[in-house]
Design a protein around this ligand. Structure first.
Ligand SMILES: Nc1nc2c(ncn2[C@@H]2O[C@H](COP(=O)(O)OP(=O)(O)OP(=O)(O)O)[C@@H](O)[C@H]2O)c(=O)[nH]1
Ligand SMILES: [Mg+2]
Length: 461
């Protein structure tokens, strides 16, 4: 959606439902919504009560012989009157039968009667522009539609209900208090003894705000992990049963399993949910010395997968070699490591101890202790249990604004430490406020920025 294409005086229409269902909903919004719908069915939208539903036949009139008409569908038409609609404008929703032909025909008729096809996210953008939602809530709508498990749903719902907005308005109040205290200090600047008392109060107030912004910014890590799925690389030497484990976790024959060493050549990824959180498992090529060029490329990819993963499962079988065990230490610091000893159904058992790393003994092939492994993986992810009131930042734009706000606030803190005068600090305070306001949209008006945010939505929302 480019800058010039945003025209809010148009009446827009789109299919709001995914194809293939028994019903299909068409949404119409804008100043001529009632007129356009009334032109294609016998319902006088402007004469019916607000927020009421009505049975109506959609009718196409022959362009030449007007008395010739074709019934396109029998539908339910719901009329929403401004400002009590999703967009804040006059809006209509037509529930048709879910046929592609019917839906496209109805759209075609609406366009003939003055509507235009909506751009992605245009309804939600209008809702924002009409003050029905702030920008972070509008963005939560897209997240809500995309949510695929309990955790992503909960985060989107909390944001939609204004979680981050109310947290930010608390911070805003604190920043305004700081600003007014600074002004007060300026007014009394000739009383030298007063200044020091005020400064310590100012400093503790600023520090407190900083802690809260930092906490929000930090929550983005969790937010990202939950939104994108937590990556778990399954690595180890060849033939230990990595692909068997992947298949077991996915409950699907996703990867080829064989007793030939070096079966897996490329990384294979898929996701499962554990306790409502998505984990992305990556099966990798077994690590061994090889002269095979293709296999070596696969092994290089294994190292790349380790580097990207948050959790690494290092798999050994019943008889791990010392060399294998020594390799464990090369896995870098920031990784959560889990050692999995596979094939416990087989005889033989080389004892080994590994300090401070969870060890889970399983049989991937015979489905032993897989639940226990899943719970160990879940614990390793270290996801804080989210309550309804927890605010988790999931949006990169919000995170970016928080980080920039923190930098401005840091300058305020430095200035307070260095006894800079209030007028020098107030500019950075104002920047902190403005930057935080970007998140809910207070400072954003350019169409370009809005277009960029809403273009990732689906059409019809
Ligand atoms: N007895 C027993 N055999 C297993 C178990 N898990 C896997 N295997 C067997 O071990 C062999 C290797 O399994 P894969 O899953 O292909 O091993 P991999 O680690 O992916 O091997 P590469 O892809 O070559 O690195 C197969 O014959 C599996 O059937 C287990 O728990 N017990
Ligand atoms: Mg394999």
């Amino acid at each position: 959606m480019g800058q010039e294409e945003i025209n809010n005086s148009d009446t827009i229409c789109a299919i709001a439902t995914a194809p293939g269902g028994a019903l299909g909903i068409i949404r119409i919004s804008g100043p001529r919504a009632f007129e356009a719908v009334s032109a294609i069915c016998a319902l006088r939208c402007d004469a019916v009560g607000a927020n009421t539903s009505h049975y109506a036949r959609i009718i196409e009139h022959d362009a030449v012989m007007l008395q010739h008409q074709t019934i396109i569908d029998e539908t339910l038409v719901t009329v929403f009157r401004a400002p009590h609609s999703y967009t804040g404008e006059d809006s209509v929703e037509i529930s048709c039968h879910g046929s592609r032909y019917i839906l496209n025909k109805v759209l075609e008729l609406l366009v003939q009667h003055g509507c235009r096809m909506a751009n992605p996210g245009e309804y939600t953008m209008r809702a924002y522009l009409n003050g029905k939602l702030d920008l972070s809530q509008a963005e939560a709508v897209a997240d809500l539609i995309a949510s695929s498990n309990q955790a992503t749903h909960q985060m989107a719902m909390s944001q939609l209900r204004g979680g981050i907005s109310s947290k930010l308005s608390q911070l805003r109040e604190q920043l305004l208090k700081l600003t007014s205290l600074l002004e007060l200090e300026l007014d009394f600047s000739d009383h030298e003894d007063l200044e020091f008392a005020d400064r310590s109060e100012l400093l503790s107030l600023a520090k407190n705000i900083d802690i809260h912004i930092a906490r929000l910014a930090k929550s983005f890590e969790t937010g990202q992990a939950i939104k994108q799925g937590i990556s778990v690389a399954i690595v180890g030497k060849t033939n230990v049963g990595k692909s068997t484990l992947l298949n077991r976790l996915l409950k699907d024959d996703r990867a080829i399993v064989s007793d030939i060493h070096g079966t897996t050549r490329d990384t294979i990824e898929d996701t499962i949910d554990i306790n409502g959180i998505t984990f992305r498992f990556i099966d990798t090529a077994g690590i061994r010395q090889t002269t095979d060029t293709i296999e070596q490329i696969g092994i290089d990819r294994t190292y790349a997968a380790i580097a990207k993963a948050r959790i690494v499962i290092w798999m050994v079988d019943k008889e791990p070699t010392q060399e294998e065990l020594d390799k464990i230490s090369f896995i870098t610091e920031n990784k959560k490591l889990i050692i999995v000893r596979n094939k416990i159904d087989k005889a033989g058992n080389t004892p080994f101890t590994i300090v401070k790393v969870p060890l889970v003994e399983i049989s991937a092939k015979h489905n032993q202790n897989i639940d226990q492994l899943e719970q160990t993986i879940y614990q390793a992810a270290d996801i804080p249990t989210l309550s309804d009131t927890d605010i988790v930042v999931t949006n990169a734009r919000h995170h970016d604004a928080l980080v920039r706000a923190q930098k401005h606030l840091q300058r305020v803190l430095d200035g307070l430490h260095n006894q800079l005068s209030g007028d020098l600090l107030s500019e950075d305070l104002r920047l902190t406020l403005d930057t935080l306001a970007e998140i809910t949209g207070g400072q954003i008006t350019p169409n370009e920025v809005l277009g960029n945010i809403f273009k990732h939505f689906c059409v019809g929302k």
